[in-house]
Design a protein around this ligand. Structure first.
Ligand code: SF4
Length: 255
């Protein structure tokens, strides 16, 4: 089976999401390749072709603020029913867009005009929080769902395969700067096993430092980049959730 096709435009969906209900996606990234600071073994879009911490070499493939504003307004003007969420996600890491902060502002403006009851959210891999304007944009959103899959440096390198210079300790430090966030974590077995006791213990200790309001965990359910990965069952995920809740005292939900 093949991995998912990339999103073909700026606006996509709405997608029925297990966590967000009806979610209209905004893709701030190229449409012909994935641009991300990670190259996760479990990515549903396959391997990362444009891997970078800066989008400066990819500018001509990225949408402008006006294009995003127009595309979102056009969609919301003519479509019903209204989505529950408008979510920055798409073909890679949304915060890599150099005008991310402005993108958040136009999404909020258009939401207020056409679908005031919808929430504006993001699915982010947590790697761009060194940039002040990214933090500023994230803080304006209604819902921030931030990735933290691993407890140890070794599994972080093997599972998320970050750009050079991206470091787990720094990511955790940066996540502490954001209030009221949801942490999202993918667990896998096979080529990398993130369910080992030491891994889960370290991951839960990092959650204690970040203090998110909630943690959401799940495993792979569709074809992924690396065929050597295996699924973690719901029962195993429930055990991980129980252990983590004991360590960090934060609600951990299994999806
Ligand atoms: S962070 Fe998301 S988009 Fe990027 S490689 Fe990982 S799963 Fe794919």
């Amino acid at each position: 089976m093949k991995t998912l096709k990339l999103q073909e435009g700026i606006i996509y969906g709405p997608i029925r999401s297990r966590r967000l209900g009806s979610s209209l996606g905004i893709n701030l990234l190229p449409v012909s390749y994935k641009l991300c600071s990670f190259n996760c073994l479990y990515c549903h879009y396959g391997w990362t072709k444009g891997q970078a911490m800066s989008a400066s070499s990819f500018i001509e493939d990225l949408p402008t603020v006006d294009q995003v504003k127009d595309a979102l307004a056009r969609w919301l003007k003519i479509s019903s029913p209204q989505p529950d969420y408008i979510t920055f996600s798409g073909n890679g890491e949304p915060c890599l867009h150099p005008e991310f902060d402005k993108m958040v502002e136009v999404a909020l403006e258009i939401r207020d005009k056409y679908v005031p009851d919808a929430k504006v959210a993001i699915l982010s891999n947590s790697t761009c929080l060194d940039r002040r304007e990214v933090l500023a944009g994230l803080k304006k959103l209604d819902v921030r769902i931030m990735k933290l899959d691993c407890g140890t440096h070794k599994s972080f390198q093997r599972l998320n395969r970050p750009c050079e210079g991206v470091n787990l300790e720094k990511m955790v430090e940066n996540l502490k700067k954001l209030e009221d966030i949801i942490i999202q974590s993918v667990f896998v077995k096979g080529r990398v096993d993130s369910t080992e006791e030491d891994e889960v213990k370290n991951w839960a200790e990092r959650l204690s430092l970040i203090k998110p309001r909630e943690v959401q965990i799940y495993s792979i359910d569709r074809p992924v980049a690396d065929k050597g990965l295996a699924l973690v069952t719901k029962e195993e995920l429930k055990m991980i959730a129980q252990k983590a809740e004991k360590t960090c005292g934060i609600p951990v939900k299994v999806f």
